[in-house]
Design a protein around this ligand. Structure first.
Ligand code: NOJ
Ligand code: CA
Length: 558
């Protein structure tokens, strides 16, 4: 296989440095700590890491407000620590991409400090200024809980500057060629230090034009195509992953003609998976997947259940949003902006079958799965921590002090560990879960292993939904060359059954992929299957070698 397509076969894992492991006991995770935990990640089976912003920053937006693009926040370590980490990750065959935050910077950045020093300052035109807050009226406010406008007043020069996120994050002016060039230099700097690519933050908003909503403008696409070209030429094999939280047609645009982003998060799919569960209906998933197919060769979706932000509900209709709030955000504190600030396990009331079903979906739908740190052990959250901090608490390694994350006194930690009795770190931690075969962590290792057994089929195969009158069950076939996998999901909380027309596969035998348990050969009649509540099956469809009467023999467990 073409190795430059590594991202299509990979399993990604998202990490905020601060939250992973504290190597020097100051209460904050760091690069050396992360390096020490690479063995864990290797053992888990992931292939690529996405690092959240680790650059110098006052942390108003947890690092998405960069005050110096060419240095690392001292608490996280040094450039040497960074290089060590990258080298060791590469020696484990783990690739590393990092956040590229280019729409905006921190108001503490020298560029902005210079810009606001006077209207004739050198960097003045690196930002977007106006005498009134009236321009770009159709640009929506994103952090609606904290910001009432995209303009903030700067008293010294008596003008307003534009910001899409917090007012402490002034947007850069991409009409200025110096800005466009500087960001290319930032990209070169970090790729030269060994990164394998970037997750580009807030990509739809770079260019602004009066009379539009200032999202997805042609100029923005063109600039990313320029960046891609530069990366392909100067750093072949590196990738760009788009964070573009948009409707399906607009999100797909970020693949260009295969000359823009290699990957984009499947934001349209994510909330609809949860809606499908709430409605006990396969329809939302089928509809949205059908709208996200047909992307250029060599491009792929990144599919995820949760990340470091609130579960965003910007790109769903009002009815869908109501369903989501009703089902998943029963307490007002669980909401933030237009979303829900909870981790995966609490979202589904810690129901193990549902957690398994959801993971089985993102590991078998078309695209590259990406896991959020801690969700593999079923970590809880803390909705009382403010902003999105409740889903960014210390990783739980053991039942030692501070969940084994750090040796400091608890009050010195950057954030408290989760102590809610249902998710207490004393039970929910890596060490304890590795010791018990039925743990979520061991199940996650298993599904990652099974996915790897079918890398080409599940990573690159086509998908075809199988029509069946029972809407509770989502059924599809993945196909790649002569391999086929039948995937079934009972989205409801009650047992159910389906009869599937599998006549195209007559003569083949379904073999359950996790346990290799054989099922009866597909014949002329509709294929009948019963499914437990929130149960799922992955059946590898094989040419039978053995006599069906032997099916009850063999190993029972995995
Ligand atoms: C998206 C990031 O995921 C989020 O954490 C951040 O606040 C905004 N972009 C602004 O950079
Ligand atoms: Ca530290």
């Amino acid at each position: 296989m073409n190795n430059n397509l590594w991202y299509r076969d990979a399993i990604f894992y998202e990490i905020p440095i601060k939250s992973f492991y504290d190597s020097n006991n100051d209460g904050i995770g760091d690069f050396n700590g992360l390096t020490m935990k690479l063995d864990y990640l290797k053992d888990l089976g992931i292939d690529a890491i996405w690092l959240l912003p680790f650059y110098k920053s006052p942390l108003k937006d947890d690092g998405y407000d960069i005050s110096d693009y060419y240095s690392i926040l001292p608490e996280y370590g040094t450039i040497e620590d960074f290089k060590n980490f990258i080298n060791k990750a590469h020696s484990y065959n783990i690739r590393v991409i990092a956040d590229l935050v280019i729409n905006h910077i921190s108001d503490q950045n020298q560029w902005f400090i210079d810009a606001k020093s006077g209207i004739n300052s050198k960097k003045r035109d690196w930002f977007i200024w106006s005498d009134t807050p009236d321009k770009f009226k159709d640009a929506r406010v994103i952090f609606i809980d904290t910001e009432s406008s995209n303009w903030a007043y700067e008293p010294r020069t008596k003008q307003y500057y534009f910001h899409r996120f917090y007012s402490q994050q002034p947007d850069l002016n991409y009409d200025n060629p110096e800005v466009r060039e500087e960001m290319k230099n930032v990209i070169r700097y970090w790729l030269n230090l060994g990164l394998d690519g970037f997750r580009a933050d807030a990509v739809p908003y770079l260019f602004k034009r009066e009379g539009t909503n200032c999202e997805n403008l042609p100029e923005t696409h063109e600039y990313f195509r320029e960046i891609r070209k530069m990366m392909d030429t100067e750093f072949p094999g590196t990738i760009l992953l788009a964070e573009a939280n948009q409707w399906p047609t607009d999100t797909k645009e970020y693949f260009g003609n295969g000359d823009e982003f290699q990957m984009a998060f499947n934001f349209p799919l994510m909330p609809r998976i949860f809606i499908a569960l709430a409605k006990r209906s396969s329809k939302p998933i089928i509809d949205i997947i059908n709208q996200t197919l047909d992307i250029p060769d060599d491009c792929d979706w990144c599919i995820f259940l949760r990340n470091h932000d609130e579960l965003t509900l910007e790109m769903v209709d009002d009815e869908e949003r109501d369903i989501m709030y009703k089902e998943y955000a029963k307490i007002p504190k669980m909401r933030l902006n237009l979303g829900i600030r909870r981790r995966l396990a609490p979202l589904v009331d810690n129901d193990r079958s549902t957690i398994e079903l959801l993971n089985a979906l993102i590991f078998s739908l078309p695209g590259t799965p990406i896991l959020y740190y801690g969700d593999e052990i079923g970590m809880g959250d803390n909705i009382y921590l403010g902003d999105r901090n409740g889903v960014r608490t210390p990783m739980q390694w053991s039942y030692d002090r501070n969940a084994g994350f750090s040796g400091v006194y608890a009050e010195q930690l950057y954030a408290p560990v989760i102590t809610n009795p249902n998710y207490n770190y004393e039970g929910v931690n890596v060490d304890s879960e590795l010791r018990i075969s039925s743990s979520l962590l061991n199940w996650m290792k298993k599904i990652i292993g099974v996915r790897k057994d079918y890398t080409e089929l599940l990573g690159r195969g086509t998908i075809e939904f199988i029509n069946n009158p029972n809407k509770r069950v989502l059924a599809y076939i993945r196909k790649y060359e002569n391999q086929r996998m039948l995937c079934l999901f009972n989205l409801s909380r009650r047992p159910t059954y389906i009869e599937l027309d599998l006549s195209n596969f007559k003569g083949l035998k379904p073999v359950e992929a996790f346990t290799k348990a054989p099922f009866p050969r597909i014949g002329d009649l509709p294929y009948f299957i019963t499914m437990p509540p929130r149960g799922f099956f992955w059946f590898n469809l094989v040419i039978p070698e053995t006599d069906d009467s032997m099916d009850f023999e063999g190993e029972d467990d995995y």
